[in-house]
Design a protein. Structure first.
Length: 571
């Protein structure tokens, strides 16, 4: 629970203003109880002269109660809005700050569940309830103080049963906490499963497995509802206990008040005041027993969120990189996705400014992993990656990604226009956008669309082909004008002519450091690279120019001629 305190007290002014407003509301309600008693006594004693003043005071009190309730509702809605928004955006920001390895430890559906399902539980069970508990405590305390001045015996009776009312349901609070946590985990599971099932819609339809998928979803849905039902049952038992004790207290106060009135120790009006005050004691006792257990039930959810957002990297960004000047160096780099799966082993490379590099090798040899490390997608590795002799871990993200860009094989598209997917919501001019569209081969596509560059691409670009998405990805990298451009099989979905022309134009850019992962071993392209890096089984086994590697007649020689089918295996 302590982890949530910083969110609860983020907006201290609104928090304590709400306490003031609920205190005023409680005082107004109690004042009205006294007013009812006074009115009864006025009529009982025949004091007609006091009738008009007491009615006027009652009307004024009603107006004050209305204004107080309005202000209280306004303050509460502002507090909930700001606090929930801060909580959600802070969690979202922490998720984005995780590196790829930490992020991938959990299904993205779980992150979505935390942002919406768990935060909704925290809002309902903690943020809303905490003020109801405070309000109940204030009403209870004020009523008890006034009641003690009237009858200490009644106060003693209420105190005994009030304590019992809290102690007995407390035994169920741990069970409720566990079930609330199970409910949260089941919401995570169904959110993750639903996301995955919708992502695999084409497979579901193509292999006619809708019936099986419906069964899978039905089982997850049933599990969620079963857990929610268990929470409701426990909450109902707790409410049953609280109701029983509150009714006992109310009945006891009624009997004791009636007895005092019977003996002539109090007036009828005072008896009514006692009965009304008891409602402000019984009600809070009944409500608080249930609410306190609900508040405690979110403790495990808070711990789960904290564990999910834990980032294993403790690196602190503290180094500037105004401009890339010399080289990107990789020294003794070793990386593993898991303890028993080594992806890279003892990599040593130097990428010099404005030179062009191709990384080749069979699928699974570690090419994509290497460039993801260069882009700092993963931080938990052995060895060093230095950019202008500065530790990659320490460079400010804004500086790093101002100097480096990467075009991936699987291109993500925002559900927005082609223009915004190129600009990525930055302030580039229409002339700059038009220029990169021409350079990336997008002009024909744009001219064929009714709305041109303002046409929407759909969810993750589902209105575009794979080649069209890759052209947009290339355009967004070109407009960023970074000094180091990394391509991960980025021309694989393009036709040969477009891919050749695009790669050739990039190779001609003098002021660009180009690192390209490719499986297309085309001589007319490869001869333009300053160095070809050949990888196998997570290691760099050869590197050099195209002519050097061919003359070496090693692993690259075999890859090249097998792909191009220029010589037979016997040679």
């Amino acid at each position: 629970m302590k982890k949530l305190y910083k969110y609860i007290f983020k907006y201290k002014l609104l928090f304590f203003t709400r306490i003031i407003t609920i205190s005023l509301a409680a005082l107004s309600a109690i004042a009205f109880d006294f007013m009812m008693g006074f009115i009864v006594d006025i009529f009982a004693n025949g004091e007609n002269s006091k009738f008009i003043p007491i009615i006027s005071a009652s009307i004024l009190l009603i107006i004050i109660m209305f204004i107080t309730e309005y202000i209280d509702g306004f303050v509460m809605s502002s507090y909930i809005k700001n606090t929930v928004n801060y909580l959600r955006t802070d969690i979202f920001s922490k998720i984005l700050s995780k590196d790829m390895k930490d992020f991938s430890l959990d299904n993205s559906g779980k992150y979505i569940s935390v942002l919406y399902n768990d935060i909704k539980i925290i809002e309902d069970s903690l943020l809303n309830n905490i003020f109801q508990v405070i309000s109940s405590f204030i009403s209870f305390t004020i009523s008890l103080v006034f009641l003690s001045s009237i009858s200490p015996t009644i106060v003693l009776f209420i105190s005994i049963f009030g304590v019992l009312g809290f102690v007995i349901p407390h035994a169920l609070s741990k069970k409720l906490t566990l079930e609330k946590n199970n409910y949260s985990h089941n919401l995570e599971d169904i959110t993750s499963v639903t996301k995955d099932l919708f992502s695999g819609f084409e497979v579901i339809k193509g292999f006619n497995i809708s019936s099986k998928i419906n069964t899978i979803f039905r089982n997850y849905s049933n599990t969620v509802e079963t857990t929610k039902r268990k929470c409701s049952i426990i909450e109902a038992i707790i409410k049953g206990f609280s109701l029983s004790f509150s009714v006992t207290i109310y009945l006891g106060v009624l009997i004791l008040g009636g007895y005092l009135m019977y003996r002539g120790e109090i007036s009828v009006g005072t008896a009514i005041i006692i009965i009304q005050l008891s409602t402000h004691i019984v009600g809070p006792v009944k409500i608080s027993i249930s609410l306190i257990n609900q508040i405690k039930s979110v403790s495990l959810i808070a711990d789960k969120i904290d564990n999910m957002l834990y980032d294993s990297s403790e690196d602190v960004e503290d180094t500037d990189l105004i401009s890339f000047e010399n080289s990107l160096e990789v020294k003794d780099l070793t990386f593993s996705y898991t303890a028993d799966r080594k992806a890279l082993s003892n990599i040593n490379l130097t990428f010099e400014k404005n030179k062009k590099y191709a990384i080749v090798g069979e699928s699974g040899c570690g090419k994509s992993t290497l460039i993801k490390l260069l882009m700092r997608y993963y931080k938990d590795y052995d060895g060093d990656i230095l950019l202008d002799n500065k530790d990659l871990h320490k460079i400010f993200s804004s500086d790093l990604y101002k100097n480096m860009s990467m075009i991936q094989q699987n291109v993500f598209m925002f559900d927005d226009s082609i223009k915004e997917n190129i600009k990525l919501f930055a302030n580039y001019s229409d002339e700059e956008v038009s220029n990169v569209c021409n350079r990336s081969g997008l002009s024909n596509l744009i001219s064929s669309l009714p709305k041109g560059i303002d046409s929407l691409v759909g969810e993750n670009g589902n209105k575009l082909s794979g080649g069209e998405k890759q052209r947009i990805a290339i355009a967004r990298a070109l407009i960023n004008n970074t000094q180091i451009l990394i391509l991960d099989e980025s021309t694989s979905a393009l036709d040969n002519e477009t891919a050749y022309n695009l790669e050739s134009s990039l190779l001609k850019l003098y002021d660009l450091t180009l690192i390209v992962v490719t499986h297309k071993l085309i001589k007319n392209i490869l001869i333009n690279y300053d160095e070809i890096i050949v990888m196998k089984d997570g290691m760099v086994i050869e590197k050099g120019s195209f002519e050097y590697l061919i003359n070496l007649k090693g692993y690259f020689y075999s890859l090249y001629y097998i792909q191009n089918d220029d010589i037979s295996l016997s040679e």
